[in-house]
Design a protein. Structure first.
Length: 149
């Protein structure tokens, strides 16, 4: 079965039938729209209730200023002034209490990124969160993390 394309008015320099050019253009526009929609959406993550009470002990560090406003693994923009953190495995949206084992100070943060990827470190805190429990000039602190919800 042969499909006939209507002939356009005027002449074209290409040997591609008019209907193929229109269909190809529509397909490209649709693919671009879907791609842009996927890039613009941010997924909200709900905490998993079965993790409440989970504990871990290790070293905490904080994000460098240069990472401010960059996208996190959850799709959110990183804000060094927010109470957020990165953990290798805890689900995004998990609320975690971080306690400095040297001075007893604690802060509650929300997991919205992956990391840290340095041996011995268990959590990367935003600068604001880290400064509530330790002197940011030291760079790291021995902490216990406990899932709140």
């Amino acid at each position: 079965m042969k499909i006939a394309c209507p002939q356009p008015v005027g002449s074209y320099s290409w040997n591609i039938p008019h209907c193929l050019r229109v269909n190809t253009a529509l397909a490209i526009c649709l693919a671009l729209a879907l791609l842009l929609h996927g890039c613009a959406s941010v997924t909200r993550h709900e905490p998993q209730p079965g993790l409440t009470g989970y504990k871990e002990t290790g070293m905490a560090s904080y994000y460098a200023r240069i990472l401010n406003h960059r996208k996190t693994a959850s799709g959110e923009r990183f804000d060094n002034n927010a109470m957020t953190a990165a953990h290798k495995t805890l689900p995004f949206g998990t609320e975690v209490k971080v306690t400095n084992l040297n001075n007893g100070k604690s802060v509650t943060v929300i997991i919205n990124d992956r990391g840290p990827f340095v041996k011995g470190r268990i959590i990367d805190l935003s600068r604001a969160a880290f400064s509530q429990i330790a002197d940011h000039d030291k760079g790291v602190a021995k902490v216990e993390i406990r899932v709140v919800k």
